[in-house]
Design a protein around this ligand. Sequence first.
Ligand code: DGT
Ligand code: CA
Ligand code: ZN
Length: 649
Amino acid sequence: MGGGGFSLPRPRPRGPPYFGRNQVASALHQVGVLLELADANVFRIRSYQNGSRTLGTLTDDLWELVQTGRLVDIKGIGKGLASAIDQAMRDGAWPNDWVELHENTPPGMLEMLDIPGLGPKRIRMMHEALGVTSIADLREACESGQVAELKGFGAKSQTKLLDGIDLLARFRSRRRLDVGLMYGEAFQSRVAAIDGVQHATLAGSARRRRETIGDLDLVVAVEEENHNAVAEAILALPGIADVKGAGSSKISLILDTEIFDEAFALPHLDANVLDAIGGAEYESMEAGGTIDAQVRLVPPEVAPFTLAYFTGSKEHNIAMRQRAIDLGFRLNEFGLIPEALARDLKGMDAAVHSLKASSEADIYAHLGLAYVPPELREDMGEVTAAMEQRLPDLLDATMVQGSLHNHTNLSDGEASLEVMADAAQRMRWSWLGLADHSPTLVIANGASAEDLLAQGATVRSANQEWAEQGKDFRLFHGVESDVLEGGRLDHPDEVLNELDYVVASVHALGRWRGRDEQTNTEELLKAIDQPATTVLGHPTGRILQGRDGYEVDLMAVLDHMAEHNADGRLKAMELNASPYRLDLDWRHCKRAKELGVPVVINPDAHSVRGLTDMAYGVMAARRGWLGPGDVLNTLSGEAMAARLRGDEG
Ligand code: DGT
Ligand code: CA
Ligand code: ZN
């Protein structure tokens, strides 16, 4: 959503320099676009475009160039631009005319930039001729045929624009992991059931469990003589909205919701998430969505190589190919071929000399590597670790015994305490933490201290009953406390002290997103320092495909939490398992592990079905190299109780 993110970068709290190179490059790019929208002089527009591009690839230290007055010497940066950059970096404010350009451009015109195939020039033309200032305006102008009559547009581009608007609304270029996997698994099982298919395996980002998925990749093992028949059967499946290309070994498709046996339904979302992702219209938008899929048909003996290649990531493949080269092999989607035999041969002709592999594990073994689970294939050191036999043992969903951050109908959850506890037991968990919202969060029906304490009494009597029945299940009683101004928590200490734990979460996103990184970080550290705080909830507030998080230095936050833990105070980092969040990001999980900061994966469930989001949290944790010892979720009820009491460090 480029339109939504279109705002001039905020200055650092301390300087100079108040802006870094990327921030300056981004500002120049934005001004270039704004000038185009405002029909400015072409040379002026070009100077900003060139300036942005130049800074984007600059290898010298920009601040040093500014200080030594050498910025003007750089090709692509004119005198005026150099002085504007100089002043902004020294003073921490963008030139007035840049700011005004921003303020004078209707936000809807910036949003239109997100429509596929529509650039600033044509947005301006439609604005001038038809008064179009938003996507809604544009849709109306197209539907009433006005755009087709414009010079340089015509009926064809009007239809294309309408398609583009639809596409943007429904599709937003990437789909969340949960949605992508639903499509992927439905498609995979339909293809696997076709006569002649030996197996069909999901590859690509879906197999690596990335938080969003661009397109699905399916590798299908079929004997050569059956390729045509299988390709035809695939094209005849339900749920194929469009065919972008079809051969006997490669098929490119667009899938829609007809691929599912049952109607597409979304679980209950909390108000914050729903609001960020597009409000009430969102559900129908999601239900009308599509996803692209690339299918590769290969002979069974080649399939493991094709699967490894199309699982990626591209960066992992490059590291693997280098490992192969080092050992005298050529590695590609067709095989692992000794260079001495392959020589001038290409593609399948070379592949006849390939080493055999009955699975991906054989390929790794041929290269002297331990098998790398798909979630780790991101070139984050996994190839070296596989070489040295020190890949981590990863967490898996069966090891999970409980989670801490869940809601009941005391605040904005759908289900009662009893129903949630029952659902957790059916998932074979041995404990469940309840953390309903605190009073400040009115939209989430935050519970009063009185109601919260009454809930505690219910928890204690339920626990006693289970203990008497000899059941290995217990509830922990906590709260999701809003982080208030100055990093304070939302209940007095005497209330918080009655609880087993506190999840401290930021919800006042408006305030936090309008501030710089340093201020936010400092306030978060204060919230963590509150003696009652046990867990930092959804640490950046991001909503995938919805909104970016607030700016925060998570490395500093993790360092700080590490100090607390080293001193014996439990401060855990949440990995929010909601597929809308997956916040802590997996890249930071790895850092938490290195620092010994415990991670707790929390579904943030607002319903019984919400508990099953745990699966996505486990996927993200695996991408972050986390093993059973790195998360609190694998502790027994007794061990968890001891950790929360502070009995063991
Ligand atoms: P996505 O679809 O954007 O969510 O991400 P991926 O990882 O599924 O990427 P995609 O669909 O473009 O390609 C699938 C895999 O194919 C990718 O992860 C690695 C492999 N691949 C694609 N293009 C290249 C390439 O140019 N070089 C190498 N080494 N591998 C590639
Ligand atoms: Ca893909
Ligand atoms: Zn929350």
